[in-house]
Design a protein around this ligand. Structure first.
Ligand code: GLN
Length: 304
């Protein structure tokens, strides 16, 4: 498959229409990113690489990191994890509060902010030095020692993280947060601040296309069953209240972040990362979703 040619053909056709999306500005530092950036990197399970555009530039992966935190928490807690967080699509925005009150502090799924805060709380309970230990896990999974948090973004998010503070306080009142709120929020903001290039992101998620096996050292990160279950969560919850539309148009499990990144997986075949900072009204990369829709149509790939 000549992926490179397909990337450039789709890019040309997308450039014919104006992207009406807006760069996230509720986190001040994210608002400073050049909105015209566009990068793609696809890694096959046989370690072939195909890229396009700004694929070697670091960006803030934001909520995409929630998946990696979930992987580690699932490893540590097994099925007990689901006593504290659900696996149902939320149908609400990523930082919605009202459903949480109705559900008595149990988030619908681990990929909305409330769910990722519970996952962060679980990791803070398990890990001796949460930020350091999590980063070590991530470096191993990604086969890359260059990955790191971005202090500048974490600090910037802390300054305007009022909704996340509201979510965690509400959950604490229901007994679903066990640790100190500030410590958990600090872990969560750092988690969201992680920076990667499209190449690094696509390589990091390759284990999800390889049924949980680390493609860089053959270690089992997740059992086959667990990796399938996480892909199911990505499919149903990875794009918040646009998850149905993403399944309908793209047909792959995936996850977005407000930094404009998207990663998507075709089990047994490839992992693809796309970055374009302008977001649609649901907080997902507008060009990224359109690109993936045309890409899976053109390559006739889908999990269905
Ligand atoms: N750090 C962001 C927040 O908590 C993550 C949101 C996202 O990427 N959807 O608001």
């Amino acid at each position: 498959m000549n992926y490179k040619e397909i990337f450039s053909k789709i890019n040309e056709s997308l450039n014919q229409t104006k992207d009406s999306g807006k760069v996230a500005s509720y986190i001040k530092e994210l608002g400073n990113v050049d909105p015209t950036k566009f990068g793609i990197h696809l890694t096959t399970v046989n370690h072939l690489h195909y890229h396009f555009g700004d694929s070697e530039e670091k960006f803030s992966i934001q909520s995409i990191a929630k998946v990696l935190a979930l992987v580690l928490a699932y490893k540590l807690e097994d099925e007990k994890l689901w006593e504290r967080v659900g696996v149902e699509p939320s149908g609400t925005s990523f930082n919605s509060l009202f459903q949480l009150e109705f559900d008595k502090g149990i988030p619908r799924n681990p990929l909305i902010n409330s769910g990722a805060l519970v996952i962060s709380d679980i990791l803070v309970s398990h890990l001796n030095n949460p930020k350091k230990d999590f980063m070590e896990f991530l470096k191993n999974v990604s086969g890359n020692s260059e990955i790191d948090y971005c202090q500048r973004i974490a600090e910037s998010e802390k300054l305007t993280g009022h909704r996340n503070a509201a979510l965690i306080n509400l959950m604490k009142s229901f007994g679903n947060i066990k640790n100190d709120i500030d410590e958990v929020l600090d872990f969560y903001f750092n988690l969201c601040s992680i920076e990667m290039t499209c190449r690094e992101l696509s390589k990091t998620f390759l284990f999800m296309a390889a049924y949980g096996v680390n493609p860089y050292n053959d270690e089992i990160i997740l059992s086959v069953s667990k990796s399938k279950r996480i892909n199911a969560i990505l499919q149903l919850c990875g794009f918040y209240d646009e998850a149905g539309e993403f399944a309908f148009k793209v047909g792959l499990p995936g996850k977005s972040g407000v930094g404009g990144g998207i990663v998507a997986i075709l089990p047994n075949k490839y992992s693809i990362a796309v970055w374009s900072p302008r977001l649609n009204k649901k907080g997902n990369s507008s060009k990224g979703i359109k690109f993936l829709e045309l890409f899976t149509t053109e390559t006739e790939t889908s999990i269905f």
